[in-house]
Write a protein that binds this ligand. Sequence first.
Ligand code: PLP
Length: 424
Amino acid sequence: MNNSLSARDQQVNWHPYTQMQTAPPPIGIMRGEGAVLYAEDGREYIDAVSSWWVNIHGHAHPHIAERVSQQLKTLEHVIFAGFTHAPAVELSERLLALLPQNQAKVFYTDNGSTAVEVALKMALQYWYNQGVPRTKIIAFEGSYHGDTFGAMSVSERSIFTRPFQQYLFDVEFLPVPVPGHEEQTIAQLEKLLQQDDMAAFIFEPLVLGTAGMVMYSPEVLDKLMALCRSKGVLVIADEVMTGFGRTGKRFACDHVSQQPDLMCFSKGITGGTMALGVTTASQAIYVSFLSDDKTKALFHGHSYTANPVACAAALASLDLVEKNAFLEDLERISTSHAAFAQSLSGKSGIKQIRQTGTILAIEFEVGHTTYFHSLRDQLYNLALENGVLLRPLGNIVYVLPPYCISAAQLERVYGVIEQMRLLV
Ligand code: PLP
């Protein structure tokens, strides 16, 4: 009898984003170290996507492991209503010190989707509490903000959301201001802002991840934010993917001069060790919930809100994020990506190459394609056969590595992309 992890898994587990009838058996992973995952069959994989964009410092980082282990022995959990604890207080203090100056308060949840839910609820209740009926949210076409209902509502309506379409609330979608289309987006936003029921604008700053690493400039983002703020429309920066170094600076919002009213974080916040989501808010948002009337409070919370072990993991990750070496790694990877992009430019099979900081995306020229196109699986398998974990989005392959990835490992990843180019 096959007693492998992979075989046992198939008896009991149901995996995300997976057609369980046709998907190949999952790969059993026994351990991870740095940028490498070690499988039960002895194979090794370079994790070029930081395992769903979370492991920013690589796997099983000793500093994070040590801090988490200490916290487990001190305080593993305590209810966060009516109680607090040192890891949550310290994490909020240190996080706020790194964020745009207007960010004043931290609200904890468990993942990126709930960080977004909370931001949406805060934005809508901000208006509600003041007796002003602003109810509409603006978002980008193609955006992805998570899988819970509010997050789905502000995301691209797609095959992912189709069964739930009737339950999603109406949103005003703007085209992404990719190069050459900035004026169109600005004009559409100006038009929308003439209506007086616009509550908030939510966006993935600079890079729309799930859309296929679609990128736009900080200059146009600054303009869109300024336009919203001039009309009092709240600005929500979803930094779930871009936070903690991805765009070459600590946060994507460090590239712009406007400050968001609300920010969402998760993924990289704990370096991929523990599930944690964070929504931060400006003082004005926070103040709109203060009242002698208890019903004006934010009625949202989760059992594991501000879990001390998750906060400790985030503190250990911040120790690394705050170091100069962190910024040097971002620079090193960005420079390496740029050189590879340069070497590819003009070659056959390539439609577009995009880069923002440590994120490199290569869009292959294959005519019309979708997520379910067979090419996607061919590219995915080709990478795995070569010992590299890359998860193409349709005909777009992207590299989003842990920042500890070595030059030699990056070269192997680029080598696989070269092979992909020859395959398409
Ligand atoms: N927001 C953005 C920009 C994301 O990329 C994601 C996940 O990919 C989410 C929100 C949802 O985060 P989670 O998967 O932790 O729920």
